[in-house]
Design a protein around this ligand. Structure first.
Ligand code: AMP
Ligand code: MG
Length: 580
């Protein structure tokens, strides 16, 4: 209680508002403490900052980060001390990352994130300053590191306050295109939201997040990106398989970036605790920042916003399904308000087609199985609507329910369009859904590989298909072909392809190979890369980075490594859990 008395939140709030409109004075990266921070803010540097930001930087001179857009607009936790607590009336707490005690190694960087998003030449990643930045040892002066207070429904039940328990928002970067990206360290130490956790992430799960999120990006799926992966020798203790066998692992940090990290749970916590003015403030902030086409003066703006989130979530989940991606932990706190894939944990790309595929060994009831993701999307959007409801009048509530009722249709439409494209179908015919469902059923019955079936359908000629002479290298298709109804499906498919007006077989193949990936981050690949990394061999991480950047292009090195082959037998025994 006395802590509140020392620093009433409204005083800090006023101070931060007063200091608005600025970034930072100095470009030096240095360790700072909360009590120093405000001294580095200086309005006169704004124009110069802006000019410097527009050029591509080859080092950190002039590179700016700030979190001022949050701290000037949204109330901040008045308590500065880093201890676990439940609190209210603010969105963020200021809290510094905890540096590792031991030596830190830079495992990998994404050249594209550094150069295309952060305007940094990749050579910067060789510097000590970079390592300090991405491992949480130092913070760019003037940027207040923040942890976000949010809540969420986990596995169907309200879990109360969650928040960034092991993540620090270290700043926002506005790049040469004028796009703002929020930089977040994951695994960077305890925060007021760590609950009983240690604030750390281990190397194994960090490798998976680093590779997984980048792979999703190159598959064309909206996602957070990963800029770097750093590992330490600090001990982090984990019972990875919940067997009581606690093992020592190494702490790692991923620097991840997204246009926004706000989640459905960001709104839910405010509605649950009756902080309705703050809920309104946060909603207006998010809409103003990320939904420029919504009129801020429109009394129906929250409806508009909800409608966008509903349709974009439907689209995102359909995209996940089109590549066989199961998120693994579809809690409302892991569902982004800008509908990107976030918080990669025990995710998995399904190998054999199976709607019951569950990547997360902790999900005993199979709530988040791949075939249930669209339903869970609806559940989560319904929770979002419940959070918005206190701000809606009766008529708006009714309209919002109608918007939600459209979700199944929107999902189904996206799903059908994506799978039609995967099969190379042009135009519309009534039976397209039947053709898709028929194939999926054959794949389910024969346990055929999901992605390679579509890929090999893209690569095989209609002539070969017609004759049922499927070459040996088309191993996934050969599996489906064992089904007694495969020939019936092929007949229907070839008939349907004839209705593609103005198409040729080579054109069909070209279209299909451009959207049916040959390589995705199968579980065994991530596992193999992570196991090697644990022995300080980062070569497979680098190889996968290179391969997964071009998932649709045949690559000699990937073929040689077996990335387009049937997964090895040991792949089915791999287990991933929430322990990470
Ligand atoms: P996740 O399922 O990884 O998205 O995490 C769910 C919640 O648990 C979030 O609030 C995380 O910040 C928190 N959390 C997960 N692991 C840890 C950890 N090792 N230390 C502190 N908080 C954690
Ligand atoms: Mg999460």
């Amino acid at each position: 209680m006395s802590r509140y008395c020392v620093a009433p939140w409204f005083l800090i709030w006023l101070m931060l508002v007063y200091q608005s409109g600025c970034c930072l004075l100095d470009t030096v990266i240095a360790a700072s403490s909360f009590s120093h921070v405000h001294h580095y803010i200086n309005k006169s540097n704004v124009d110069q900052d802006y000019c410097e930001r527009k050029r591509k930087l080859s080092n950190f001179g002039g590179w700016r980060l700030c979190t001022e857009k949050f701290t000037a607009t949204l109330p901040i936790d008045p308590i500065q001390d880093n201890y676990v607590r439940e609190a209210r009336d603010f969105i963020f707490s200021v809290v510094y990352p905890t540096p590792f005690k031991s030596r830190v190694l830079l495992v990998a960087v994404s050249k594209e994130v550094l150069e295309d998003i952060l305007d940094l030449d990749v050579s910067v990643s060789g510097s000590e300053e970079f390592l300090q930045l991405v491992s949480g040892a130092k913070i760019v002066l003037g940027s207040l590191p923040l942890a976000h207070r949010y809540g969420g429904h986990q596995f169907g039940s309200w879990a109360g306050q969650l928040g960034d328990g092991r993540a620090h928002l270290i700043g926002v970067y506005t790049n040469r295109f004028g796009d703002s990206w929020e930089l977040q360290l994951k695994g960077s130490g305890r925060t007021p939201y760590s609950r009983s956790g240690d604030g750390r992430a281990v190397l194994h799960s960090s490798v998976r997040e680093f590779l997984g999120s980048e792979a999703m990006h190159y598959l064309g799926i909206p996602t957070s990106r990963a800029a770097s992966l750093a590992v330490s020798d600090d001990d982090v203790w984990r019972d990875r398989f919940y067997t009581g066998n606690v093992k020592k692992e190494r702490g790692a940090i991923v620097l991840r970036v997204a246009k926004s990290w706000f989640r459905i749970g960001s709104l839910e916590i405010l509605a649950h605790s009756g902080e309705l003015d703050l809920l309104r403030l946060l909603l207006d902030f998010i809409i103003g920042e990320h939904f420029p086409s919504i009129n801020m003066n429109d009394p129906n703006r929250y409806l508009d916003f909800f409608s966008r989130v509903v349709s974009e979530t439907a689209h995102l989940i359909a995209l996940w399904m089109s590549v066989g991606f199961a998120h693994g932990v579809c809690n409302t706190d892991n569902f982004s308000l800008i509908s990107i894939t976030i918080d990669y944990g025990p995710f998995g790309f399904m190998d054999s087609y199976n709607p019951d595929f569950v990547p997360n060994m902790s999900d005993d009831e199979r709530q988040y199985k791949i075939g249930n993701q669209a339903n869970i999307g609806l559940f989560n959007l319904n929770k979002m609507l419940q959070a918005l409801n206190p701000l809606l009048d009766p008529r708006q509530k009714q309209l919002a329910s109608q918007i939600l009722e459209e979700y199944p249709k929107q999902y189904y439409k996206c799903f059908t369009e994506l799978f039609k494209a995967k099969l190379g179908l042009l135009g519309d015919t009534e039976d397209d859904n039947y053709l898709i469902a028929f194939l999926l059923k054959l794949m389910e019955d024969t346990k055929a590989d999901f992605r390679m079936t579509f890929r090999q359908l893209s690569e095989i000629s209609q002539d070969l298909l017609k004759d049922f002479s499927i070459p040996k290298e088309f191993w996934a298709l050969q599996d489906v072909a064992k089904h007694k109804f495969f020939s019936s499906w092929v007949d229907l498919y070839l008939l349907r392809l004839k209705r593609n007006t103005g198409d040729s077989d080579s054109e069909r193949s070209r279209r299909m190979t451009n959207i049916n990936p040959r390589y995705v981050l199968r579980n065994w690949m991530a596992e193999s890369a992570a196991q090697k990394a644990e022995r300080n061999d980062f070569s497979e991480i680098h190889l996968l980075q290179q391969v997964l950047q071009h998932p649709f292009q045949v690559q000699t090195v990937a073929e040689r490594t077996g990335y387009a082959q049937r997964p090895p037998a040991w792949a089915k025994d791999i287990k991933v859990s929430c322990s990470s």
